[in-house]
Every structure is written in structure tokens, then in C-alpha cells.
Design a protein around this ligand. Structure first.
Ligand code: ATP
Length: 262
């Protein structure tokens, strides 16, 4: 399987503070991974480093060389990268939710734009692909509905379509079940399972252990800006490991391939 991501000796600062320390990580295209860790440990910054919204600090002389390679390349035109990386945000960027339909929101994924501006050329192939994605994510009934009038769960579904339309190789999701009710959470889990089974790679940040579908088999644990564990679910999703990570007593149970923690 080709390599999706290679990070070597990556340190990242936000504002005045270094918040990621010596990150070393290799991910193959199509892998399914969940990233766990307490608030503020650097999970979102890690995703933003992959999407080139945050840049690593340049390594000093004599220090190990910093490397960020995505899909085998160290330099990217950001618009091109965004087309290859499906990043699922909670909502459509910008203020166009009341004028953009579900179909158009999915089409914006080809341009990484906040709406379908009149100067953008949408080809017949793009339209056909958007219809295919709407079907794949069970969102055909949302195609003509304005995004701003959808429920949070419906919006999240459309944002997954937007992330998938240009390339369905890797999906990056940062706490996608936030603000979703129980039914919408179950829908989201079902959709992620389906996509994972169809071969889309998943990098999922979550605080909800029950969000981790059975298809995700690799867990990264982060603490204080470092990856402190990287391994199979069976080894890391234990009461002892989670209690240590979150510094509170955690209990865990397993049912039908899902883990539940409290
Ligand atoms: N825009 C910013 N400017 C300065 N510091 C920031 C900024 N965004 C995040 N940070 C800091 O960087 C550190 C890592 O934050 P990050 O959002 O990556 O953590 P996280 O693990 O995703 O947290 P959470 O689980 O709460 O979403 C935190 O100390 C945070 O305060």
C-alpha cells in the first residue's frame, strides 16, 4: 500500500508555544486510525500539520532532520493538496450556508471553496461524480436542500460528501460526532463503516470511544504534544491505558466490535 503520510522529527508551534514535540508517524493510504488524547494535547494541530495549515519548525543544525511527506511529496500546492485530502469540518466554511444546496456544497470539494462561485467551471464529469457521492453517502434527498436549513447530522453527512468528491483515498475527521444526537451519531458511525469497508482511509480524532468503528484497528495516543502510544486497538483500548492517558479512572467494555468507555 503506498504511503500516505510520513512525519519525522516534527515540532510545531502555535503562537509562542511549541505544542507538538518530535512527532514521528508513518501512515499508509487506506489505513484506519483513531487519535485519542486529553483536551489540548495537540490532536487538531497534528491534523492541521497534515493539511499544511500549521508548519513544522525548521530543525536546527545538528538536530535530526524534520520531514513532512504527504502522498510521497514534501511540497504541495495547497489547493491541489486539499483536493486529495478529504478534511471533514463541522460546517461549510464561510457564510454561504443559506444559499448553497447540498449538491453544490459537495461540488465545492472540487475547488476547496466556500460556495459554488459563478466563475468556477463545473464539468459534466464533476456533476456526475457529485451525484455518485450523494448516493454513496445516502444524501440524495439532501441534494436540493439549502445547507443552512439542514440538521447538524445532515450537514455533517454533506461535509463528508464534500471531502470525498475529489478523492476518496483518505478522510480526516476532527471530532465529527460533536453536536449530533444519538440517531445522527449512529448514522455517522454507519457511514464511516461503509466508507472504510469501501477502501477509504480514515484518520479520526474523537473523544467518544464508541465512535471508533470496528474497521479502525490502529490507535494513536497523544499527550502533552507527543505520540505516547501507537498500536492495535486490542492493546491500547484497555481500562489501564485509557485511565493513564486521561488521568481518571476509566472502565471499558466491548460489544459487537465497538468499545464503550465511561
Ligand atoms: N490558534 C492558536 N493559537 C495559539 N495556541 C493554540 C491555537 N490553537 C491551539 N493552540 C494551543 O495548542 C495546543 C494544542 O491544541 P489542539 O487544538 O491541537 O489540541 P487538541 O488535542 O485538538 O484539543 P481538544 O481535544 O480540546 O480539541 C493547546 O495548548 C492549545 O491551547
Amino acid at each position: 500500500m503506498p504511503t500516505f503520510l510520513e512525519l519525522s522529527h516534527v515540532h510545531v508551534a502555535r503562537g509562542e508555544n511549541v505544542v507538538l514535540h518530535d512527532i514521528n508517524l508513518s501512515v499508509n493510504t487506506g489505513e484506519h486510525i483513531a487519535i485519542l488524547g486529553p483536551n489540548g494535547c495537540g490532536k487538531s494541530t497534528l491534523i492541521k500539520t497534515i493539511t499544511c495549515e500549521c508548519y513544522p519548525l525548521v530543525s536546527e543544525e545538528g538536530e535530526p532532520q524534520t520531514k513532512v511527506s504527504i502522498f510521497g511529496r514534501e511540497r504541495w500546492d495547497l489547493t491541489e493538496l486539499k483536493k486529495r485530502l478529504g478534511v471533514v469540518s463541522a460546517e461549510l466554511p464561510g457564510r454561504h450556508t443559506l444559499t448553497t444546496t447540498g449538491r453544490d456544497a459537495v461540488l465545492t470539494g472540487f475547488f476547496s471553496s466556500s460556495t459554488l462561485w459563478p466563475n468556477l467551471t463545473v464539468t459534466d464529469e464533476m456533476r456526475a461524480r457529485a451525484e455518485e457521492v450523494l448516493q454513496q453517502i445516502d444524501a440524495v434527498p439532501l441534494a436540493d436542500k439549502v445547507v443552512g436549513e439542514m440538521s447538524a447530522g445532515q450537514q455533517r453527512r454533506i461535509m463528508i460528501g464534500r471531502a470525498l468528491v475529489a478523492s476518496s483515498q483518505m478522510l480526516l475527521l476532527d471530532e465529527p460526532s460533536n453536536a449530533l444526537d444519538l440517531a445522527a451519531q449512529a448514522d455517522l458511525r454507519g457511514l464511516l463503516r461503509k466508507l472504510a469497508q469501501q477502501g477509504t482511509g480514515i484518520l479520526l480524532i474523537t473523544h467518544h470511544i464508541a465512535d471508533i468503528p470496528p474497521e479502525i484497528d490502529r490507535i494513536l495516543m497523544m499527550k502533552d504534544g507527543r505520540i505516547i502510544a501507537d498500536g492495535p486497538k486490542s492493546e491500547l483500548l484497555t481500562a489501564a491505558r485509557l485511565s493513564e492517558l486521561f488521568k481518571t479512572e476509566v472502565e471499558i467494555t466491548q460489544r459487537s466490535g465497538f468499545y464503550h468507555a465511561w
